[in-house]
Design a protein around this ligand. Structure first.
Ligand code: ZN
Length: 477
């Protein structure tokens, strides 16, 4: 990137496609940013990172200081901005840059901060080594967007790059504070950064920011184009155009990211990103798949998103927790295995891979997921149904005339939000048509509601055999 020798002051202006869109998203973005700032504080307090540096309003400092010292940490202002308060007719501190860390690290942090020792700072912030190396090896940039794209993207022309990677590591909205991790990740598939993104998501859930998390994930999945010229970056989203400062260049540099979802009320237009996303074409004709890439590849990021995970690593981790202790049962299982709310059936596919005498069945309320389940396991395409597990027609749908399900997999979360009438319908179905029921929960539910026996009891099951903290064989009470 050829750079000019000036730098514009920090600024950020957003132009929304309509007032309706602005009313919906402007506040949400502010809420996301304030949730992320809380996540930073908690990542230190929860001992996941050694230190963080956050910008706060000076009025918020006393309570931050108190919160940190209660937890055994220090909040130390490192920089401050002052303004002249016309009402009080006196200058006042407006914004603070505050370091949060253990007292014994304050001096080494200050030393590294003063000397601009980014390597040391990265270590103190507990950033992944690969990402520290990436940052240190690309000096001289105000924003790391271009070196990131150069390293990871697909060059269309000398100054035009297409990037992809995981939505959570989408780097193009970092300038406006929309990000899952605070460090500059070395690539859109950096494993350590994905782990950090997952752990930040967990903190958001623990702190009660589920809404903010889902909005954040949505925004990161939209198509976006970033371009820079003369120190001004223009970021185009399907619902807004944002102007902000960046490295000053004499030429136009452009980076685009296709994204995986479009927001409602996306503006339509002929140029990127105002166009319809090309989604995987789904068809029941098998020939369509023949000769193409594997259906798993074609499913792309939907593979884990369909199943409620933000990353492939997150899904694999959670699935493994279930598989390890379910293995003795799966090994001896013969016949029908039902996954209620099966997503795209990836879990079932893994079960079949472990034991080919298993015949998978699934249902889900999301039609697209069910279509993708059929693509993932074409042999069993007819075994996946677009249906709510509480539907009284479930038994007819599965044509349960001659044989029962040998095992039904049921995620506890689905039942916690169900009403009594729905639960009773499902209990009756399970009692009549399933020889065994395995109740499981993923980590977020476990953290929020406790181990599986507790969940089973709340729902109305009795535990027959607890397999681990998140998995048990249960029966109707
Ligand atoms: Zn990395």
């Amino acid at each position: 990137m050829q750079q000019l020798d000036f730098q514009l002051h920090d600024f950020c202006r957003v132009c929304w496609t309509s007032t309706q869109v602005e009313n919906k998203w402007a506040d949400r973005i502010e809420l996301i940013k304030s949730a992320l700032s809380e996540v930073e504080i908690h990542s230190v307090i929860n001992d996941q990172r050694q230190a963080v540096l956050i910008d706060i309003d000076s009025d918020a400092f006393p309570s931050l200081f108190f919160q940190c010292s209660q937890a055994g940490y220090l909040a130390v202002p490192l920089e401050m901005d002052a303004i002249y308060d016309t009402q009080a007719q006196a200058p006042k501190i407006s914004e603070l840059k505050v370091l949060i860390t253990r007292s014994e690290l304050v001096e080494s942090f200050k030393k590294a901060y003063k000397s601009n020792n980014h390597y040391q700072l990265g270590k103190l912030f507990s950033y992944p080594d690969c990402c520290i190396d990436f940052y240190v090896n690309n000096p001289g940039y105000q924003s790391m967007i271009w070196p990131h794209a150069l390293l990871n993207g697909d060059k269309q022309a000398r100054r035009k790059i297409k990037i992809n990677g995981h939505d959570q590591l989408n780097p193009l909205l970092r300038n406006i504070g929309i990000q899952m991790v605070t460090h500059w990740d070395c690539s859109g598939t950096c494993e350590q950064s994905l782990i950090r993104a997952e752990s930040n998501a967990k903190i958001m859930i623990q702190l009660g920011y589920e809404n903010e998390l889902s909005w954040l994930r949505k925004i990161l999945s939209w198509p976006v184009e970033w371009s820079a010229l003369h120190g001004i970056a223009e970021i185009r989203l399907p619902i807004a155009k944002i102007a902000t400062n960046t490295d000053a260049t004499p030429y136009l540099y452009t980076i685009s990211r296709a994204g995986t979802e479009l927001p409602e009320k996306a503006a339509s237009g002929t140029r990127f990103p105002f166009q319809t996303l090309s989604k995987p074409k789904l068809t029941s004709r098998r020939l369509f798949i023949k000769g193409q890439q594997s259906s798993e590849q074609m499913l792309g990021q939907n593979l884990w998103k369909d199943n409620g995970f933000a990353t492939e690593a997150g899904m694999t981790n959670e699935h493994n927790t279930i598989f390890t202790d379910l293995q003795p049962i799966l090994k001896n299982l013969k016949g029908r295995l039902l996954d209620l709310a099966c997503g795209n059936g990836y879990f079932l596919k893994k079960c079949v891979a472990r034991n080919s005498s298993i015949i998978p069945y699934g249902c889900d309320t999301d039609l697209k997921r069910i279509e993708r389940a059929g693509l993932l396991q074409q042999k069993y395409q007819a075994h996946f149904f677009h249906m709510n597990m509480f539907n009284p027609a479930l038994k007819n749908t599965f044509k349960l005339l001659d044989s029962n399900f040998a095992l039904t997999m049921l995620m506890a979360g689905h039942l916690l939000s169900a009403d009594q009438c729905e639960k009773e319908l499902l209990f009756k179905f399970l009692d009549q048509y399933s020889d065994q029921v395995a109740l499981y929960c993923y980590e977020d539910w476990f953290l929020k509601h406790g181990e599986v026996s507790k969940l089973a009891e709340t729902i109305g099951f009795k535990v027959q055999e607890k397999l681990n903290d998140r998995l048990a064989l249960v029966a109707i009470r």
